[in-house]
Design a protein around this ligand. Structure first.
Ligand code: F0G
Length: 446
């Protein structure tokens, strides 16, 4: 059941097969180069691509554009305190702005930052401080066939080994990313959050939660962690975040807006330092790189994210897509995460060597077959890393219907049916920074 209906529509269309072939060729077999008007179902990301509610659109009109002391900021501050429990908020233009502000204050050259798994921008901001980002996933996290309720958890055991190696003084920050985007959108339990908080306190590190998808995570906790059976999403969110010293947030995810973010914290001294850095990189601390109207909509969205039935419907839609894809015989990372279904292209195209980018081949085949856009998270995006050849189908919030997702599953099913005849790709041009190559490199069929 859906608890919302459309009030505004955007026309989409599926270009002809010939046109899709030509577009793919022109785009250098890189989905980032495909103009959005030629995409039928866009599952490139769930970031900033969702649909705002009528209350959020109404909030846009109420936005206060004052440079200093904006009333919209006061509403955001209240929403962050009510929903997440933090008294101090520094608004930023998006999540990575919050990472820059916070890690710029907490991390120095030569430090080590631990995380269950760093998202790309988190890793980049830690590295930008001259520090070393180290992942501490639990065993089995990278294995798509291992079942488990909280495969996003942080391995405190692994973290202790690192402490034994480098010493506690080298680790100023411990981060927990909920849900864990770099591990197929898997959730993190409250029990694990408590353990990580204790560990961080023990080594005198600041405990930061990357809270981008905090409500989805709370939904999994409600469903899978016995202690929280029957608890509300709002209560679980408050409980889980109560253990953190600070959060970084991308409003483009579960503040249900198209742009925006913030860092929030308990400590007044850290708040002062973050504000100073925000002035340098983001803007005055009551707007932080956003228009007042965007802040106003974010304050509303943050509250909507913990109101039933938003998150149940959201996560269930992603689960349904996973089930439909499996029914079509497409290999899916299990269990399915909160914001996206991850496909195992390495398994689907077992005839293709890593050097021919099976994940990117699948991305291209999904577009060729049905105008569906996905993103590769395998050896094309992460050169040199020994990773699974995953392709992410991220579902924008409150945007697509079951029919749209049926089209996606049928498209992937048709590709799976002819998987053995599919051939590989090779790179024809790439930018100088290897970490960013998947955004702009061009390829051609081998
Ligand atoms: N942390 C996580 C876990 C994320 O998934 C993202 C963004 C960020 C931080 C950065 O936030 O984009 O607002 O600057 N993830 C998007 C994605 C881009 O497609 O998964 P941002």
């Amino acid at each position: 059941m859906r608890s919302y209906k459309a009030k505004m529509v955007e026309t989409i269309s599926l270009p002809s097969r010939e046109k899709r072939e030509a577009i793919l060729d022109e785009a250098g077999y890189n989905a980032f180069n495909i103009p959005a008007e030629h995409v039928y179902i866009d599952l490139l990301t769930d970031s900033g691509t969702g649909t705002m509610s009528d209350e959020q659109w109404a909030a846009l009109f109420r936005g206060d554009e004052s440079y200093a002391g904006s009333t919209s900021f006061a509403k955001l501050r209240e929403a962050v305190e009510d929903v997440m429990g933090f008294p101090h908020v520094v608004p930023t233009h998006q999540g990575r702005g919050a990472e820059n502000v916070l890690y710029g204050c907490l991390v120095d050259e030569g430090d080590i930052v631990l995380n269950n798994a760093h998202f790309d921008t988190t890793r980049a901001h830690v590295a930008n401080q001259g520090a070393d980002p180290v992942d501490c996933p639990i065993e089995g996290a990278k294995d798509p066939s291992v079942d488990g309720p909280f495969k996003g958890d942080f391995s405190v055991e692994r973290a202790r080994e690192i402490v034994a190696d480098v010493g506690a003084d080298a680790i100023p920050v411990v981060v927990l990313t909920i849900t864990n985007n770099s591990t197929a959108g898997q959730p993190v339990s409250v029990e694990n959050t408590r353990e990580v908080a204790d560990f961080a306190a023990e080594i005198d590190a600041t405990f930061v939660v990357d809270a981008c998808r905090f409500a989805e995570n709370a939904y999994f906790v409600q469903q899978r962690e016995a202690e929280f059976d029957g608890s509300s999403i709002a209560d679980i969110v408050r409980e889980q975040l109560s253990y953190a010293d600070a959060v970084t947030m991308s409003g483009k995810k579960e503040a249900l807006v198209n742009i925006g973010g913030f860092a929030a914290m308990h400590d007044a001294e850290l708040f002062e330092a973050a504000k100073q850095r925000a002035i340098l990189y983001e803007g005055f601390p009551t707007y932080g790189g956003m228009a007042g109207r965007d802040i106003e909509a974010m304050a509303v969205g943050l509250r909507e994210a913990v109101e039933p039935p938003y998150v149940e419907e959201r996560v269930q839609q992603v689960q349904e897509l996973g089930e439909m894809l499996e029914a079509e015989g497409v290999p899916v990372y299990k269990p399915v995460g909160g914001h996206a279904v991850y496909l195992d292209a390495g398994q689907l195209f077992s005839q293709l060597p890593r050097e021919q980018f099976p994940g990117q081949v699948l991305v291209c085949e999904l577009y060729r077959e049905g105008g569906v856009r996905a993103v590769e998270l395998g050896s094309f995006a992460f050169p040199g890393a020994n990773r699974l050849e995953l392709v992410r189908l991220a579902v924008p919030r409150r945007t697509y219907s079951r029919e749209h997702l049926e089209h996606v599953a049928e498209t992937a099913g048709a590709v799976a049916d002819r998987s053995e005849y599919v051939t590989g790709l090779e790179i024809t041009g790439e930018p100088p920074v290897p970490e960013l190559r998947h955004f702009s490199a061009t390829l051609r069929p081998v």
